[in-house]
Write a protein that binds this ligand. Structure first.
Ligand SMILES: [Zn+2]
Length: 308
């Protein structure tokens, strides 16, 4: 498999308050482990700046302008209790979108079989008109719409295994059966959504996990809900909202996965992508707040992407 990696130094310049879990060191830990020997074959590309017009694929213009106006000339400005912007946040968030859209272009152009985008800020909590949960723009949602608009594909699946429910992605595609959204997440936990009964237009598949559960129930949720939904939907592209905060070391939640579980889940998604989507997988970093748990989990995930 050819696996491409997008990164960019601007992602380190989106700043959050001291002690905030979503911090630049997360990406330093990811970059450090991906420099190791097993990753020599990665096709490393600097992320391009995104096209502002693509933000409108998931958000109204008034919201985009609100975020642009919120960015301070210096210091930090709070959007809400969890979500902050700093002077370079606009450029970082737009570059995260640019990388995700470029990743979509790459898998359709055959430049890569799959792509991992190591960006921040994350995106899956950003609703149509609300930035929240450390997220400004919904990168995964924009990339899914980009695939439909630019590459003419009908069906895009987004699998979100971040430990928090991807409320933003669910909100954006709630009444859009052309996008399948499957999420495993701890419940109860922030942001409070993600019950099995939330089904949208039949295109939303939530698989909540109880606190202090682990590998067995996570894999059961995949086998019983996520994978059958993918087989039924037959996506042309699979986007992974790849958060690694369900790792047992993570301080923000209480699900006890190991890096082997992320390896396994990656393999399961790749199997379905091979069957339905000519191997096309685009994986976008979301959460993951213990630096060692994050780095080891990303390593397992990317190794599996490279191996097939
Ligand atoms: Zn999360």
């Amino acid at each position: 498999m050819t696996t491409r990696l997008y990164s960019h130094p601007i992602f380190l310049e989106h700043l959050t308050p001291s002690g905030h879990p979503e911090r630049p060191d997360r990406l330093r830990a990811v970059a450090r482990i991906l420099e190791e020997e097993p990753f020599l074959a990665l096709d490393r590309v600097e992320a391009p700046m995104g096209d502002e017009a693509t933000l409108l694929y998931a958000h109204p213009e008034s919201f985009v302008e609100m975020i642009r106006d919120a960015v301070p000339e210096d210091g930090l400005r709070a959007i809400d209790g969890d979500t902050t912007v700093s002077p370079k946040s606009w450029q970082a968030a737009l570059t995260a979108v640019g990388a995700a859209n470029a990743a979509v272009d790459d898998v359709f152009a055959g430049k890569a079989d799959n792509v991992f985008v190591a960006a921040r800020p994350p995106g899956h909590h950003a609703e149509k008109t609300t930035a929240m949960g450390f997220c400004l723009f919904n990168t995964a949602a924009i990339a899914a719409r980009h695939a439909q608009k630019k590459h003419g594909v009908e069906r895009v699946a987004i699998v979100d295994w971040d430990v928090h429910h991807g409320n933003g992605t669910q909100d954006i595609f709630w009444d859009d059966p052309s996008v399948l959204f499957c999420s495993t997440h701890q419940m109860p936990l922030f942001p409070g959504t993600g019950a099995k009964t939330e089904v949208g237009a039949g295109n939303i598949v939530n698989a909540p996990l109880s606190p202090r559960t682990g590998s067995d129930l996570f894999r059961d949720a995949f086998r019983s809900r996520v994978l059958p939904a993918l087989d039924n939907f037959k996506p042309d592209l699979v986007i992974i909202s790849a958060g690694f905060d369900a790792h047992h070391r993570d301080p923000l939640a209480e699900i006890n996965l190991t890096e082997e579980d992320f390896d396994w889940a990656t393999g399961q998604i790749m199997d379905r992508a091979a069957t339905h989507a000519n191997h096309r997988v685009v994986s976008l970093l979301e959460g993951g707040y213990d630096l060692q748990g994050l780095a080891f989990s990303v390593a397992a995930h990317v190794k599996r992407l490279m191996k097939g």
